[in-house]
Each structure stands twice: as structure tokens, then as C-alpha cells.
Design a protein around this ligand. Sequence first.
Ligand code: BGC
Length: 874
Amino acid sequence: MSARGLPEVAAPTAEHHREPLGIGEAAPRISWKTLAPPDWTQQAYQIEITRTDTAYSTDWIDSADSVLVPWPERPLTSRERAAVRVRVRGTKGRSSDWSAPIHVETGLLEPADWTARAVSPDWTEPRDAERRPPLLRKEFSLGADIARARLYVTAHGLYEVEINGQRVSDHALAPGWTSYQHRLRYRTHDVTHLLRSGANAIGTWLADGWYRGRLGFHGGYANLYGDRLALLAQLEIVHRDGTVATLGTDSSWHAAHGPIVTSGLLDGETYDARDERPGWSSPGYDDGDWSPVRIVARRPATLVAPTGPPVRCTRELTPLRVTPLDGDRLLIDFGQNLVGRVRITVAGPAGHTVTLRHAEVLQNGELYVRPLRGALSTDRYILRGAPDTETPHAETWEPRFTIHGFRYAEITGWRGEDPYRDITARVYHTDMARTGWFDCSNEQINRLHENVVWSMRGNFVDLPTDCPQRDERLGWTGDIQVFAPTAAFLYDCHGMLASWLRDVAAEQHEDGTVPWYVPEIPGGEQWTPARPGAGWGDVVALTPWALYQASGDAGLLAAQYDSARRWVDLITRLAGPSGLWNTGYQLGDWLDPTAPPEDPGAGSTDRHLIATAYYAWSARHVASIASVLGREQDRRYYDALARQTRHAFLNTYLLANGRMTSDTQTAYAVALQFDLLSEPAARMSAGQRLAELVESGGHTIQTGFIGTPLLAPALSNTGNTDTAYSLLFQQDCPSWLYALKHDATTVWERWDSMLPDGRVNPGEMTSFNHYALGAIAQWLHTTVAGLTMAAPGYRDILFRPHPGGGLTWAAAEHESPYGRIAIKWKQRETHLEVRTTVPTGATARIEWPDGSATPVRTGASISRWFGAVTAPPR
Ligand code: BGC
């Protein structure tokens, strides 16, 4: 709010971009947040768009909307830049000043904008054996008066670009992993400051990455997308007089091997600093002995602009403990299981090798790497040395094109001064804005929440993965399906997941089958060809909805509608007249703790009960999506389908005595949370039975991936919040807090990834960093703290705190599309005190433990009390 008491509008945003340079939307939707006096309501807005040639402002548009409002003018063309400002007027007529501007700039919107051709070194190399990654370079000269310059770039393989000896950006692992045959992401960089008149040079590192590196389990596969690395780069320089020079990759570029000897995402990187080529990306370097390049095919129509942020180093951690081991080794404990890589500063003789191995856990004081299966996760640095002087020179190195999941590193041959200073873990993930926080009076619960956040970071490296460390790291559909609501609270992951959902739709099979993981790669008989699996394939209906709930973006629903519908139609065909999805291969309640380690799908809940429940739930979601999109006929059809499926479910899986045919925690949780039990009495009895099962199980968890996210909500929604708290506070295995006894700093794949006796679970799949079971965090946000969304995008907010479990206070915050929402409750002796913050543009109310409600004003932080209050507490 301004000093004059007027509303103030923060710089607007375009679509879901954090950095709107090189966007792919010609008519980006605009959003803004307003700081205004309490209860101020927007009555109208104005958008001003300034382009190179024109300035345009809308009239006042009568609307209270401020999230993703339509672009009001003619669409932008390729490479077009515009400054956008917004101002708003309240119902009482006073208007704000113009906001600060946001500068949006489009990328190359038309395939014909691409004049560059993808180029690859023109040499022959072995198909599978270790292949040395290349460098590519080109010198060029420019006239004076450069006004601006943009680099549009992507690659087959991973790339890092330098201009005149300097990196053009801090993006890592670009272009990320998309379904390359359908969609390859390019990025736009502002490189104006790197160019000069006269001689210039551009150089690029390339490496195998996802394109042709070894990926996948059981030994994996190389060359999944092709066996030649290639670069596609288009540098466009605009001079002050308006003339444009374009320099694209073409046959005049040159290639040579660089100092990276081998590089693989799973295996790690080996770098021989003696083979560096000083000055290679600067002008004047002699590339007379470099090889020519050849043009390779890449259809420009498959090039897409990003919808989410790039991967970056977001944090650095210094060692918590350094322990010398025999054999010239150091064991480093970074104190946090993380995803990224280690940077070292060493000094020693030329040719000396420093080897870095990584692991999530130790056994007997040594790295324990069996859980990594076929991922070697080993980096090697071969020192440059300083041949001409006696004193060694410090050399700093970090691998470029690999990534590991680890808390511990073992360094062999360390030659450095102070390991606490010279060894650093660098955390990498998609650089999403953090939007969600939780805190309470119990430190263990806070640590659990922190572990969930770390598991999200580690598995949001360009695509949502199951795990970041072993030879898997795939976009497993079921994992993100159960975790998406939590993810969307913690971080603004809309852009990243919207991109991934495009890939899912692109790879969905003709008959509607959704691959188990996307991008799909061969996975042996069990996974390829993919078969329709409940909970996994349902990602296409449930995850767009979860993102829509968090962002209010109905455009995403429109984009994914067909994919969602095709999935439900497939299940309808599979179910046939019975309305039951009771055939075919199912993973069931994956990793139910009663399933044997070698058969994680053999849980105690009938797999087809779960499959039919998901069928009904997805049908209902397709109906809801159709309704938002105004497809009335579809809505009616899918609504009816959902109802029929529910009847079939109840007739088959609910017994006359109110028990389910699988008398398990998961069966009741699914039936309750998927709204299959509509009668209040049936709900109450199912909630009661669920609570009994939890109590008779000694408050341990008996659910896997499917049941776990639903368990605590099913209890609290049926009046069994105390039982849910008892589950939450359980320390014995299986429970959420059990892992903390073993010093967990991320969420594990299995309840007992580490067995009570301290040995690592012998199962094939034993990851210490899987987010699925961390979906409990959303219950902490919505139920313990009580911050829930009552309308998409948090336009309406329901604060519904559930004090209990001995907590004396709990708090949650969420940076919503309208602005910051916060709640903090304190249990006082005589009453409950609740302090809330509601952003302008939203509406909110508090629902008290007795069911009564109090509306809350927007634009202010206020306190309310529930219970016997004699005097307002201070
Ligand atoms: C992955 C998962 C996945 C599961 C499905 C595992 O190997 O790590 O988390 O959902 O397979 O079967």
C-alpha cells in the first residue's frame, strides 16, 4: 500500500514465467498482486503495453480478475519485446499508480525463424563405448554499434555455451529432458554484454546427457535418441541502425575433443585438465587442427520455448564432517542428502587423479553404493599441474554434465589445503520460486517437513523423477500423481510440470495408455510396452487438476483435456459393462509395508479395488474439467460414468456390514478420499473402521504409495484427527518419524529403507530420496496448520486449523497467485488464538473446531480467538 493509502500493484508476471525472456506465448496472460487497504476490492484494471513502435493502453476493464487475464492486444511476433504495466481501480473509485513494468520478450515462434542448422562433429566414433564429448567453436566479426544480441540455443545432448571466454548463463543440464522426438526445448539468452565490435568467438561444450548417454535400469541403454551430439545455435545481433546480423550453426563451425574424457548422468564425469584448450572460446585461438562439422537433421517445428525455469545451482553446502580413511581417502559428510555435485579446489602435480564417489548412506563407516545399482556416480579430476613452477597452483573443478544424489562423498587422492573450505556440495534443481512453508512447536515434525522439501528439490531436476541417485531417475507418473498437490504448495512448479504433462500427452499411446514413466525408455518386459496402471496413468486427469487448483490456470486444463479424456475412455473400454477395472497388471498399493521386499506390488489391499476407485475418481475429474471448460455434454457423460463406477465399486467392494472386502487402511482411505462413500453413515462407519485399524496396528502405517497420501486426511475428515496425530507422532517403523531416528534428511522410498538394526534394506529398490510418501506434508499445511484453498488459485481461502497432538502452535504460509496467505494458531490455556493474513483479491473465512465460521478481511493480518476468552490476549 502506498503512503497515500492507495492500492499498489507489484510488477506483473506473464504466464508462469519467472524470467520472461524467450517465451513461447504470443499472447501471454498477465497476472498481478495488489497491496491495498483492508477490504479493498478491485473494480477495474488497465493494462499498458509499450512496444518498440507503439504504446497502447486498454480502457478500464471492469473486472475483479487479476490472475492470468487475457493479453489485451494484438499478439506479439517472434523476438518482440514489450513492457507491460498494470493499474487498478477499487470499488470506491480510487485508482493505483501504474505498477513497475515487466519486460516480456518472445523467442522464435515460427519454425521458419530458425535459419541455423544443427551441427555435429564430422568424425566417426564408436557407437557405445566411451565417447569423448566435443567442443564446437566459431569465430566471427561484428561491426560497431551493437544494440542488442540474443542467442537461441539447444542441442542433442547437453550444452554449455561461452562467448569470448565467458559462460552465457548459469543454467545447468540444458536443454533438460523432454520427449525429444516430439519436443526439444531451446533457451533464449541476452548476450549483448558479451559481444564487442571486431573479432568475437562462440564455443560450446557438449555431452551425452539424456540424448545419447546410458539411461535406465538393468544396465540401461545408450543412444536412445540418436548417436550423434549436435548443437543448434542462432545468434542474432541487432545494430543501432536496425540492421540485423544472424550467425547460426552451419558447416563452417569446427569441432575438437575437449578436456572432458567421459560424461554420463548416471556414471559421472572424468576430466583431464591437461587437455584443456586455453582460449578456445575466445577470438584468435588457432583451431587449424580442429575437425569440420556436419549438418544433422532437426525439425524446427519440434523446438519449443520453455514454460518453466532452468536448472541452476541454488545452494552450496560445506562439509559437516571430514574423516580421513585408509588408502589416501577422505570421507565427507555434507549433513544433508542432496542432489548436485561436488566442487573441489586442489593443488598437485600434473596428471595426479582425484576421484570422487558419492552415496546417500554409509555402512560400517564406508560409502554404501549398492542402492545406486548400475549408477557409478564417480567423478575424476586429473590435475593440470603447474609444470613451470615449483609451487603447485590451486585448481578448482566441478563436473559439468552429471548429477548425483548423495549426502556423503569419498575423495581419493585429495591434494588440497583445508577440506572444509575447498570441498563444497552444490545443490542443483529447477530454479522454481519457493511458495510454501510450515512450522510448528514440534521440531521433529519440522524436520519431517524439511525432508519433504529436500526430496522435492532433489527430484525436480527439469522433470519430476522418482529418485535422483540410482540407475532410474525417471519421470514416474504415479509418484508425481500422489505428490503434485504437495509440490504445488511448496514451490511454483506449474511451468515445469505443465511442460512435462505436454510430454506425457505426446507419449500417450494411441489407445490411451499412459506410459509408466515419461519420457518413455525401454524398461524390460515389466515396463515396456507400457500397460495401463491405476494410480500411475491417472496422472493425466488428476495432476492437471491439482495444478489448476493451485494456480487457477484453466488453460492448462484445456491443453490436457484430451489426454485426460482418452485415459478414462480407455479404462471404460477395459472395464466393460461391469464398470469394474478388475483385469490386467496393477502395481496396487505399491510398497505397502506388508509386501515382501522383492515384490513391492503384493500389498494387502486388493489391486482391483484400488483400480476401480481410481477409475471413478478420474472419471469424476474429467467431468470437473469438462465443466470448467464449458463442455456441458462431456460433463454430463463423465459425471454419469463416475456415478456408475461408484455404484459398481460399492456393490463389489463394500460388504453389507460396512466393512470393505480388503479390510485395510488403504481400502478405507481410498473409499473416503475419493468420495465413493456418499452416505454420511457409511462415511462415518468407514472412518471408524479406519481409526480402529490404525489403533489396532499400534498407530503404525500400513499403506504404500496409494494409501499414504490419503490416510491422515481420511482420518481427519471423519472426525478422527486424534488418531491421525497418533500416526504422525509414531516413531516405530513403519511411520514418518521412524526415518528421523536414522538421521534421515530426505524422505525415503520405503518405510524401512534403513532397517531398525541399521542395515540398509536388501530390496532392489532402496532409495533414500523419493518424494511420494512425503505427501503427508500437504496434510500438515491444510489440516494441522489449516490453510486450505476453497476456490482455484486460492481465490477463496478456508482456514481450518486442527489443533491436536500436543502441538502448542502451528503455522503455514503460501505465496498464492493473489499474494501471501498466512495462518498461525496458538493453543492458549482457555482458547485458541488464530492469526491470519489474506491477500487482496481473495476472500477468506476461518472455520472453528465447532464448525462455526468467521469471515476474515483481506489485506490485513488479524487475530481471532475461539473459546472462553475473558480479555483479549496480548
Ligand atoms: C520407482 C517408483 C515407481 C515404481 C513403480 C520404482 O522403481 O522408483 O517410485 O513408481 O517403480 O513400479
